[in-house]
Structure formats: structure tokens, C-alpha cells
Design a protein around this ligand. Structure first.
Ligand SMILES: *Cc1c(COP(=O)(O)O)cnc(C)c1O
Length: 405
């Protein structure tokens, strides 16, 4: 295997994944034959369309005029000062339209659907964040949109259900299994298999069968590309360390990749929830085993029978029992590291950032902030650039009810 330190980013992006969707031993297309055929079609279309001048120009215009990109990099001076001498900077994906990074790949995926001549997009959602972003993109492009959602999640997130319907999407109730995210993914794939000639499946992270991990990461690299240039323009150098939270791994991979050729330490932060010993966590990189779920091979948390274990995190966007295959690959190459933060540490960071900087972070993003806070306390100097993946309006009621100060 090539030494990654000598690889340039352009070569890396062209080499990985290979045409079968493999990042080394991770990834792939572990789905039945019919779905493989559909995935190959999507892959072929994507490879052609994504290079066309028209597609690139349209996506660029949407990012500027509709999403409000570039999002800024912000020097969190009061937070930094309260911790010592290390300087903390935030890439403000919370200011991306709809309040998180997810619209970056949804706009790309639905634009692809339009270029492929599809009339509908299909997706799944857990807490509703991906469903909302996809429904927004579908409304923008005037395509039909079916969102599969577990009945249990629909009850918990009724305001997100209402918003998706307001945007013109159909929310499809899933009652099978535990009636949560995993079952919604299964139901959405089953529906897609019947409709793939007229519909495109749009996944919510860098997971699933090839080509999704590749497509979603390509659309998300806008975060790291912008952040690197912005940070350099502000400080005249690159950050010493970059940190992002990891659920399926999309905001982190998009933030990390543009830095992989640089002398920058890269750390992904998972949720250890209520602690390893309680089993209530979602740290699949730290405590998972190799395995296949949802069509790809990576690390995953397993129960005694070897099935995907239920995952937990105070941040619903992080409670996924596996992780995108490219993360597993980059760790094996020694280029990225993974660590974790507890529910309580994340909530602590949520309060601190609100108070010191006037920024209420998503609980997912608060994991990355909490980790940066820990590092800043340990170190004497240096800089840390954190990807603030989303804003925390959606979490305020929950935090105040369960963690009132
Ligand atoms: C969905 C979500 C995440 C987790 O997803 P990734 O694919 O790991 O990025 C993180 N932060 C926010 C704000 C989210 O909405």
C-alpha cells in the first residue's frame, strides 16, 4: 500500500474507492443482485455527470445563492482564553441553510437525480434531520420525495414530520422491527428496489453500498476545502489539529480529506454515551468489530448474535452502530485517529459555547467542541479547528428538560 503521507489529495480521491467501491478492505456493494444493478447505474451516471461543466456550475451557484456558502471560519477567542493559550476556531456549518452540513450532500444527490431524469427521490430518516434536508432539496428541484421513518421516531419528532410535509414530502410510516432508523433504512431500500427506474435513493451519510460513500464524501469535501483556505487566510498557517464529530461520518470525512496531504493532526470524535460499561454508546470505531451492514463492510457494534447492536447517544445524529468505510481505511493507514466523548461532556460543552460565544451547537457538534476543550486544557500552545456541523435549536428543549443547570 502506498504511503499516504506522499499521496496528494487529487491522486487519493481518484484512487479511492476503486471501481468496486473498496477503500482497501472496507466498503463494497454488499446487496442483492437487483440492487447491485441499480447501484452500478447510479455509479456510471454519477461518474459522467459529476464531471460536466454544467453540473459543477449549477451546484456552485446553488451553494452560493441558496445555501449561503461559503460558511465562515470563526476564531472563538473567549472560549480559547477561558481554557489557556490554545486557540480554537470553528467552521460554521451551523450557518449552512437548514442549520447543518446535511444539505451539502442532499443538494448534490437531488441535482444528480434531476440530471438522471428521475422524478422522485427516496430517503430514510431517524430523528428527521436528513429527511428535512432531503425534503428541502426535493422542493427546490420540484421532485417528488418519499421519506421512510420509523413510527417510534415519528412520535418523538412530530414537528420534523410536519416540516417535511410542509415541504411537500410524503412521510412513510415504518412499523416493522423496532420501528426506528435501521428499519426505516430497510424499508427505504425495499421501496427503491421497486422504483429505481424513476427514483433515486439518497442516503444520509457516507454509508451504504457503493457509490454512496464516495458520492456523499465528494459533495461534503466543500467543508474542508473552504475551511483550509479560510484558516490560512486568517492565520497564515494551517491548524495543528482538526476535530469533527462522527456518526455515519459525513461531516467529518468532508472536513478531513482536504487536509490529508498536510502536516495536520486529524481526530474524529464518537459518542461513548453513558459509558462503555453501560453498553449505551455508539463508539463503533473504538469498540466495534469488522462486519457488514446496510450494504458495506466497516466496523460495527454487534449484539451477542452478531447482529447490529442498538446504539445510543444523547445526540440522535451520532447513534449509528457503524461508520463509513473510508474512516476505517484512513485509520488503518494511520492518517486519522478516533476518540470519544460522553453525553455529559457534550452537554457541558453545549452550555459553555452558548454562554461564552453566543453559539448554541447541535448536540452532535458539541461532541467535537468538548473534545477540543479537553485538548486545549492539556496543551500549552497551538491551534484547533473544529467543524461545528450544525446548530442546536432542535436540542434546546431536550437539554433543558434533562440537564437543567
Ligand atoms: C446528522 C448529523 C451528524 C452526524 O452525521 P455524520 O454523517 O457523521 O456527519 C452530525 N452533526 C449534525 C448537526 C447532524 O445533523
Amino acid at each position: 500500500m502506498e504511503n499516504i503521507k506522499t499521496i496528494n489529495l487529487h491522486t487519493y480521491l481518484k484512487t479511492y474507492p476503486d471501481e468496486n467501491g473498496m477503500f482497501g478492505e472496507f466498503g463494497g456493494m454488499h446487496v442483492d443482485e437487483n440492487l447491485q444493478k441499480a447501484m452500478r447505474e447510479v455509479d456510471d451516471a454519477y461518474n459522467t455527470i459529476c464531471k460536466s461543466r454544467q453540473f459543477i456550475a449549477e451546484l456552485r451557484r446553488i451553494r452560493e445563492e441558496y445555501q449561503g456558502r461559503p460558511t465562515p471560519v470563526y476564531h472563538a477567542e473567549r472560549l480559547s482564553k477561558s481554557l489557556g493559550n490554545v486557540q480554537i476556531y470553528l467552521k460554521r456549518e451551523d450557518l449552512n441553510y437548514t442549520g447543518a452540513h446535511k444539505l451539502n450532500h442532499c443538494m448534490g444527490e437531488v441535482l444528480l437525480a434531476k440530471y438522471m431524469g428521475k422524478t422522485k427521490v427516496i430517503g430514510e430518516t431517524g430523528a428527521g434531520q436528513h429527511g428535512l434536508a432531503l425534503a428541502t432539496a426535493a422542493a427546490y428541484f420540484d421532485l417528488e420525495c418519499d421519506i421512510y421513518m420509523g413510527e417510534v421516531d415519528m412520535k418523538k419528532q412530530s414537528s420534523n414530520v410536519a416540516k417535511m410535509e410542509l415541504l411537500g414530502a410524503k412521510v412513510k410510516r415504518v412499523t416493522q422491527g423496532r420501528a426506528t432508523l435501521k428499519d426505516a433504512v430497510d424499508a427505504a431500500f425495499a421501496a427503491y428496489l421497486n422504483e429505481y427506474e424513476t427514483a433515486l435513493y439518497c442516503i444520509g451519510s457516507v454509508v451504504g453500498p457503493h457509490p454512496f460513500p464516495k458520492m456523499v464524501r465528494d459533495f461534503q469535501t466543500v467543508i474542508g476545502t473552504e475551511a483550509k483556505e479560510q484558516f490560512y487566510n486568517m492565520t497564515g498557517e494551517l491548524p495543528d489539529t482538526i476535530v469533527a464529530c462522527v456518526g455515519g461520518g459525513s461531516n467529518s470525512i468532508g472536513f478531513f480529506l482536504p487536509f490529508i496531504e498536510d502536516p495536520v493532526e486529524i481526530i474524529g470524535v464518537e459518542s461513548i454515551g453513558e459509558g462503555k460499561e453501560t453498553g449505551k454508546h455508539s463508539a463503533s470505531m473504538s469498540f466495534g468489530e469488522p462486519g457488514v451492514m446496510h450494504g458495506f463492510n466497516s466496523y460495527m457494534l454487534k449484539d451477542e448474535q452478531g447482529n447490529p447492536a442498538p446504539a445510543h447517544s444523547v445526540a440522535s445524529g451520532l447513534d449509528y452502530p457503524s461508520i463509513g468505510p473510508e474512516h476505517a481505511f484512513l485509520r488503518k493507514l494511520g492518517r486519522t485517529k478516533y476518540d470519544y466523548i460522553t453525553d455529559e461532556e457534550a452537554v457541558e460543552a453545549f452550555y459553555l459555547l452558548a454562554k461564552l460565544e453566543g453559539i448554541i451547537p447541535a448536540l452532535e457538534s458539541a461532541h467535537a467542541v468538548a473534545y477540543a476543550i479537553k485538548l486545549a486544557k492539556q496543551r500549552k500552545t497551538g491551534s484547533i479547528l473544529v467543524n461545528l456541523s450544525g446548530r442546536g435549536d432542535k436540542d434546546v428543549d431536550y437539554v433543558l428538560e434533562h440537564y437543567k443547570k
